[in-house]
Design a protein around this ligand. Structure first.
Ligand SMILES: NC(=O)c1ccc[n+]([C@@H]2O[C@H](COP(=O)([O-])OP(=O)(O)OC[C@H]3O[C@@H](n4cnc5c(N)ncnc54)[C@H](OP(=O)(O)O)[C@@H]3O)[C@@H](O)[C@H]2O)c1
Length: 281
């Protein structure tokens, strides 16, 4: 018998990368899964594959996390079908790093602060960059959490896991837009964890640095089109204490630990899945 039997788990962005790995892990433990993304074809294929492999029900519906109405419609459908929601993983989203003039270097939370950083200054950053980061990593979380909370109360409790960049804890120059949005998501999660603790609803953050997903290939193609993936990753890996990039399954397992029943006493935490990249403690 799976450790999540009878549980209903929502994952935003469940069709690939970390969201897909999380959906697979929850399904393997017997949970009913609900996933959303912006592609119905990818949702259909993912749902079919997960059901075939794990024999669980998958509710898959198009919803854009930036479109409150579509997120509310997806969550209402799941709540009405299942009668409750136990777990919400706010996973979808991304942040576009600005290409400062002449820059061909992506900035990571593990980079050394050195003269090697790309050109470009805070004053040159467009408002749209800050607004996009906040929409992706703050407002989108608020939409989904607001919609899911009434259904978690029906379940007698729940677990919310917000997936953001470790830059929220370890900011670097040149990328302050995504850093402040991730920090805001962490602060929001901590505040809500206190507000919701006596309702048995937990709120935690999984904070990431370098995880191999489709995002990594997108970044390589954008920042280092002439390099192989190994060449592209080498400078970043050098600054990660474990000297390697992480996997989606490793992140999914951290999310699972916070979602599964035995995570019941953990709330208000930021769990960094970063190969030791966070320099403070
Ligand atoms: N990979 C890393 O190194 C890393 C580092 C720091 C933080 N993170 C965070 O981890 C999360 C997962 O990243 P990943 O690397 O697994 O990404 P990924 O491989 O690109 O997968 C993203 C998933 O989210 C969906 N999605 C994207 N935008 C969406 C939107 N507006 N509305 C609904 N669904 C959306 C995608 O499907 P569609 O595109 O079809 O909608 C896909 O299913 C993201 O929030 C990312 O910011 C990742």
């Amino acid at each position: 018998m799976g450790k999540m039997n009878g549980m209903v788990a929502l994952i935003t962005g469940g069709t690939r990368g970390i969201g897909r790995a999380t959906a697979e892990m929850f399904a393997a433990e017997g949970a009913t899964i609900a996933i959303c993304s912006r592609s119905q074809a990818a949702l259909n294929q993912t749902a079919q594959e997960i059901t075939a492999k794990h024999g669980v029900n998958v509710i898959a519906q198009v919803a854009d996390i930036l479109d409150r109405a579509s997120v509310e419609a997806w969550i209402a459908r799941v709540g009405n079908a299942a009668g409750k929601i136990d777990v919400l993983v706010n996973n979808a989203g991304g942040s576009e790093q600005r290409v400062a003039s002449g820059s061909m270097k992506q900035v990571y939370a593990v980079d050394a602060i050195s003269g090697d950083l790309p050109p470009g200054r805070f004053e040159e950053m467009a408002d749209a960059e800050f607004i996009n980061a906040f929409n992706q990593k703050v407002l989108a979380l608020i939409y989904a959490m607001r919609a899911a909370l009434p259904w978690m109360r029906k379940a007698g409790g729940g677990s919310i896991i917000n997936v953001v960049s470790m830059k929220g804890k370890q900011p670097l120059p040149r990328v302050v837009s995504s850093s402040v949005a991730a920090a805001a998501a962490m602060n929001l999660s901590k505040g809500l964890s206190l507000e919701l603790a006596d309702q048995n609803i937990r709120v935690n953050v999984v904070a990431l640095e370098s995880i191999l997903t489709s995002q990594t290939e997108k970044s390589r193609a954008r920042w280092a089109p002439n390099k192989t993936m190994d060449e592209f990753l080498a400078p970043r890996n050098a600054n990660i204490p474990m000297h390697r990039i992480g996997t989606s399954d490793e992140v999914a397992h951290a999310i699972y630990c916070l979602a599964a029943p035995l995570g019941a006493y953990i709330t208000g935490q930021v769990l960094c899945v970063d190969g030791g990249g966070l320099r403070s403690w």
